[in-house]
Design a protein around this ligand. Structure first.
Ligand SMILES: *Cc1c(COP(=O)(O)O)cnc(C)c1O
Length: 435
């Protein structure tokens, strides 16, 4: 696979280069030169295959020229070693649960696959690959657990002190091995600024082989297509013909992968994006003017994004054609009160406990259905286990959460973390002194 930049369609870089760069120097986003089509017979019979078999087929049509089939199969089987089940709540409404990986969030798909691809492309004897990542909670956990023990790599995570939940903090700080956690006395924006400055620091880059685990990395996008096909396979096995996916969206990487799957031949009737009050994309779809805003803090904090970094990719997939975009994506926005009410409703109606992001998808899925009645399955994506967002969930419901065994086993584990101020010099010293 060769990739161009959304800012320069004449550029062609190999997959390996796109993985290590994350983004082109011109600050566009990497896009596949050609979007390969899956064999229609494979789609026709897709209900016969397992998640891992489906994942391999997709990865192979995309990057089969870059990684030989046997190696790619091993990467897929190692990375995608947990399920993503579709569960029906009612006759027509189902939830696709993406939180059965090690960090209990859908970001495990992207982080696990990317880490193994990076490990695969790192040659023996090469300088250690230093992954720097700033997190508001979910990304850091997925990246830490994704890279844990991957040879030739080391991860440094920066998170804002006191601003991540207990389970999230345990996932960030109890790993040891090749994972280091830095607790920053500041906000998520401060963490991001430190990481950004490190990438732009020439002396630091001469000493260390730095890379980012950014959500715009093409190796994070690809594995997120897998579960759309897998959900379709599960639905097809139950006789469902048409499906609408509703995706809780922040940076629009998740729904972007769904749209890429669609372009590769997955039959999807429509996509719906649900957002919190950070509504740049819903406003764009309405007005046609893309006007990003500074992000606002909400209960669904993994979606507090004012300028969604993957949106350019989606526009590129549809050649910037607004009418085409409107034909395939609808979007709805909800505030914290509505989100809370939806979590309570899901529990009251279905005994289903959802995280705030998932609750927003539920609302958007219902809103679309009300405006577009018809015979299709409405599938909303559940992006995290509710135990990761205790503050957002009403107490009565929170007590009913079944904690996953893995989360229980984190209790009482030693916290391995260093405190850091927001000044760049101490961060740089830390990196240089702990090479
Ligand atoms: C990251 C995240 C999202 C948003 O996904 P995008 O790909 O950024 O749109 C939604 N829910 C949860 C729980 C997340 O961690």
């Amino acid at each position: 696979m060769k990739l161009y930049s959304t800012n320069n369609k004449d550029l062609r870089v190999p997959f390996q280069e796109a993985v290590f760069n994350s983004l082109p120097a011109d600050k566009g986003l990497y896009m596949p030169e050609v979007i390969p089509q899956l064999d229609p017979l494979f789609i026709r019979d897709i209900q016969q295959y397992s998640l891992q078999e489906i994942a391999f087929q997709i990865a192979n049509v995309l990057i089969g020229d870059d990684i030989p089939a046997d190696d790619l199969k091993a990467i897929v089987e190692d990375a995608i070693n947990f399920d993503a089940p579709v569960k029906f709540l009612s006759e027509e409404t189902a939830v696709l649960e993406l939180f059965h990986g090690p960090s209990y969030a859908f970001k495990d798909f992207g982080a696990r696959f990317m880490s193994r691809v990076m490990g695969y492309f790192s040659e023996k004897g090469e300088k250690l690959l230093d992954v720097l990542v700033a997190t508001s909670g979910d990304t850091g956990g997925a990246v830490a657990l994704g890279f844990l023990g991957v040879e030739g790599t080391r991860v440094t995570i920066l998170y804002p002190k006191g601003k991540v939940s207990k389970v999230q903090e345990e996932q960030l700080t109890t790993n040891g091995q090749n994972i280091r956690a830095l607790e920053v006395n500041g906000t998520f924006d401060d963490c991001q600024a430190l990481v950004k400055q490190a990438f732009n620091d020439t002396t630091l880059n001469a000493e260390l082989r730095l890379t980012s685990a950014n959500s715009i990395n093409i190796a994070r996008l690809i594995p997120q297509t897998f579960y759309y096909f897998w959900a379709y396979a599960q639905l097809k096995a139950q006789g469902v013909k048409d499906v609408v996916f509703t995706v809780p969206s922040g940076n629009f990487g998740n729904i972007g992968a769904g749209l890429l799957a669609y372009k590769m031949g997955l039959p999807v009737k429509h996509f719906v994006a649900g957002t919190n009050v950070n509504d740049t994309v819903p406003r764009f779809l309405q007005s046609g003017a893309y006007e990003p805003k500074p992000s606002v803090q909400t209960l669904a904090n993994a979606m507090d994004v004012g300028n969604p970094s993957n949106w350019v990719r989606i526009q590129d997939l549809f050649r910037n054609n607004l009418e085409e975009l409107r034909g395939i994506i609808s979007s709805y926005t909800y505030d914290d009160e509505e989100t809370k009410a939806a979590m309570d409703e899901l529990y009251a109606k279905y005994k289903y406990i959802a995280c705030p992001h998932t609750a927003i998808a539920y609302l958007a899925s219902n809103a679309y259905k009300a405006e577009n009645p018809g015979e299709y399955a409405s599938v909303f994506l559940s992006t995290a286990h509710p135990c990761k967002f205790p503050d957002a969930i009403s107490e009565a419901v929170f007590f009913e959460i079944q904690l996953p065994d893995g989360a229980k086993s984190l209790y009482g584990k030693e916290k391995l973390v260093e405190e850091l101020g927001v000044d760049y010099d101490s961060f740089k010293s830390f990196l240089l002194e702990n090479k």
